[in-house]
Each structure stands twice: as C-alpha cells, then as structure tokens.
Design a protein around this ligand. Structure first.
Ligand code: NAP
Length: 248
C-alpha cells in the first residue's frame, strides 16, 4: 500500500523532523505550513533531493474549511492520505491567567485542539473501514504541560493540550474497530522556535537542566517516537499517550 502521511505544521521544529524521517521510511509526505513558505519548501526540497516524495501545502488547520482543502490537495497530488500527525501548535504568550487575552486563549485552543478534531474528521471519513477504506493511524502531538499545568507561564496552553489528550483517548476508543489507531506523544522540552514564540527564548536553557536527563530533546527524537506509533510495530497500541520528555 502507498503510505501517505499528512503532517500539520511540518515546516519547522518537530513537524519538519517528522517529515524528514517519514520520507526516509518510504512515506509520501504532505508538509502543511501556515505562513513560513520558505521553511516548508526547504523541507520538501531536502526530501526530494534524497529521492523521496513530498509536497508543501499552505493551510490554517484551525479553519475547518481549509482542512478539507488541505486533505483534498494532499490526496490529489500524493495519493489517498493513510496517516496523520496532528503536530501544529502555538503556545500563546507567557503570562499569568488574570492577564490572559481572550483572543490568545481562543487561538491557543483552536490550533492545539480544534485543529486536531477537524483533521481527524477528514481522516476518519477517508480512512475508516466504516466508509469502505483500509484504515490508518493518527498521532497527536501533546505536551507534558498537560500534567504540570505550566503555572505562571502557559496555563491556557497546558489546558488545551489536556483537552487534546482526552480527545486522543476518546477518539481512539470510538474508531478502535474501524482500522484506525490513535495515539499521542507528550513532549517535554524540545529545541525549537516555540519558546521564542511564547516570548522567552531563554526558557529552553532555564528548564533544560531541570529535566532528569538534564538536557532538552532534539526534534528528531520526538520524530522517532511519532513514527514508531504510526508504524505497524505499534499495531496493538491505541489511545496511549507516550511521554517523550527525558524522564519527566
Ligand atoms: P514550532 O517550531 O514553533 O513550529 C510550529 C509549526 O506549526 C510551524 O511549522 C507553523 O507553521 C505551524 N503552525 C502554527 N499554527 C498553524 C496553523 N494554524 N495551521 C498550520 N500550521 C500551523 O513548534 P514545535 O516546537 O516544533 O511544536 C510542534 C508541536 O510540539 C506543537 O504541537 C507543540 O505544542 C508541541 N510541543 C513542543 C514542545 C517544545 O518544547 N518544542 C514541547 C511540548 C510540545 P509556519 O512554519 O508556517 O509558521
């Protein structure tokens, strides 16, 4: 079977590493991005140069209608999507709850949580045995913040990721007999742009030494866990959330 994986937010960070690893494992890769065309294009070029198949597709996955177009474009140009990684995420801004802007709260839930629902809806309609398809697998990219709560920093983000993990578990049960496995990785601290986007690039250094392994993770280390959960090697695993967090 032709393996086609759609990875949201795959132009940078964990998504970009996952795209590269997936391509090296024989997947055709739909590299979704929001605004950074150059980064997504670089990911695609590297895959194609190595003999793989990939396509950059712009879409705001927090918009339901854009998600439908994203899946249509990926399927038309790469073949039917067989695997999905709900990776796109935004942290919002570091701060305390009483100062949280409602617009930031909404966007944080839309991108980290609603987008996973919209993408999963498209995926189920195209891949479930209930609709005559062959099945597939989904991985949701969550955060250890769902357990720590991220007080004084990103409580809104932590809450959105906790919702994502409950969605992960519920959806997994819902489609368990329909050939679709649904799992999550709960990432600790990774070397990506997300910390600067949250408003404090130095956060990475500050927290790294507090981890049991006393270092941040590299994006390719998250990618390995994501691709393993997508693979047949994880055939009896669904509804799980795997910590990828250096011992946290
Ligand atoms: P990152 O380097 O900041 O990259 C985020 C990616 O998401 C970018 O490719 C961005 O697209 C894309 N994106 C943002 N909003 C989008 C939208 N509405 N539609 C489509 N794409 C969108 O982030 P990262 O650190 O790799 O994070 C990846 C995932 O891991 C996220 O879910 C994050 O919450 C989770 N995570 C990260 C860490 C960490 O320490 N890094 C820890 C725990 C969990 P553009 O490139 O076009 O801007």
């Amino acid at each position: 079977m032709n393996k086609v994986v759609l990875i949201t937010g795959a132009g940078r960070g964990i998504g970009a590493s996952t795209a590269a690893l997936a391509a090296s494992q024989g997947y055709a890769v739909a590299v979704n991005y929001l605004g950074n065309y150059q980064a997504a294009s670089d990911v695609v070029s590297a895959i194609v140069a190595a003999g793989g198949k990939a396509l950059a597709i712009q879409a705001d996955v927090s918009r339901k209608e854009e998600v439908a177009r994203l899946f249509d474009q990926a399927s038309e140009q790469l073949g039917p999507v067989t695997h999905l990684v709900n990776n796109a995420g935004v942290p919002g801004k570091i701060g305390r709850v009483e100062d949280l802007d409602p617009a930031v709260l909404l966007k944080t839930f839309e991108v980290n949580m609603f987008a996973a629902v919209y993408c999963s809806q498209q995926f189920i309609k195209r891949c479930s045995t209930k609709y005559g398809a062959a099945g597939g697998a989904i991985v949701n990219v969550s955060s250890m913040a769902s357990r720590t709560g991220s007080p004084n920093e990103l409580v809104h983000y932590a809450a959105a990721k906790a919702a994502l993990e409950t969605f992960n578990y519920g959806l997994a049960s819902e489609v368990a007999t329909e050939g679709i496995r649904v799992n999550a990785v709960s990432c600790g601290l990774f070397e990506t742009d997300i910390h600067a986007e949250a408003g404090d690039a130095s956060r990475l250094q500050r927290y790294a030494t507090r981890m049991p392994m006393q270092r941040a993770g590299r994006p390719e280390e998250a990618a390995q866990a994501i691709m393993w959960l997508l693979s047949p090697a994880a055939s009896y695993i669904t509804g799980a959330t795997l910590p990828v967090a250096g011992g946290r």
